[in-house]
Write a protein that binds this ligand. Structure first.
Ligand SMILES: [Fe+2]
Length: 246
């Protein structure tokens, strides 16, 4: 699948008022991870602008089904069955088709399947915790999973991560890639989380909280949460089938 040739304009610069600061000492890991010197602003290069666009042919049948993609035959993981769905749009509100979404999460007890994970909650033998999918022509995606549990982490004396799903979204170029986290409506831990509190604008935090979506719930099976994602947009805007300025 090729990107529309009209979609080759340079991307907008990242809005650093909206994104969290790199240095946020109450989130301890940020101290060593953050740049020590002022950032330089560079123009987009061709490889950033004309990156890959993924097609559905890269996917396996169960890639977007975390309930079954690691389960033993005839078994299923323990926990609350949910559907997560939404649209991937750019800053101009245009759908982003062919975006690769990868997601990973803890199990229902808040435990990751990772060799460095030390939390005492047990692994679920039927839950791997990662999957992927590609957006359709309208920028839509959907996957099925188990609602992750919150977990404690060594930051302050008693810090807990709210229930969350990690996302990587790869749009139409490297400059459009986004790594983010989705939270669940009604979780009281969201507003106490030091990582969430690296985001200064409350409206930006609310964009990361997926509302319960009863309209897309499957009765007697799974509840649904809706999570729309906005990637960086392009400076070129479509106008009467021509690039603006042409
Ligand atoms: Fe996490």
């Amino acid at each position: 699948m090729k990107a529309d040739p009209a979609e080759h304009g340079a991307f907008f610069q990242r809005d650093r008022e909206w994104q969290p600061d790199a240095y946020t000492p109450w989130y301890k890991t940020s101290v060593l991870r953050s740049p020590q010197k002022a950032l330089l602003s560079l123009n987009n290069t061709l490889s950033e602008i004309s990156g890959p666009v993924f097609g559905h042919n890269i996917l396996n049948e169960l890639d977007n089904d975390l309930i079954l993609n690691f389960a033993k035959p005839g078994e299923m993981p323990i926990g609350e069955r949910i559907i997560v769905h939404g649209r991937v749009l750019d800053e101009a509100g245009r759908p982003v088709p062919g975006a690769l979404l990868e997601f990973w999460q803890a199990n229902a007890g808040g435990r990751y399947r990772h060799k460095k994970e030390t939390y005492l909650a047990p692994l679920d033998p039927n839950f791997g915790g990662c999957g992927r999918t590609v957006t359709d022509a309208d920028g839509r995606y959907v996957f099925r999973t188990i609602k992750p549990g919150p977990y404690p982490w060594p930051n302050g004396v008693n810090d807990w991560r709210p229930a969350h799903i990690h996302f990587s979204i790869f749009g139409h170029g490297f400059a459009q890639r986004l790594i983010t986290q989705m939270y669940f409506e009604g979780d009281p831990l969201i507003w106490k989380c030091p990582i969430v509190r690296t985001i200064s604008d409350e409206a930006a935090i609310r964009q990361l909280i997926a509302p319960l979506d009863m309209a897309n719930t499957i009765p007697m099976d799974a509840r649904a949460y809706k999570f729309d994602i906005v990637l960086r947009g392009r400076r070129s805007t479509l106008f009467e089938n021509r690039l603006e300025g042409n």
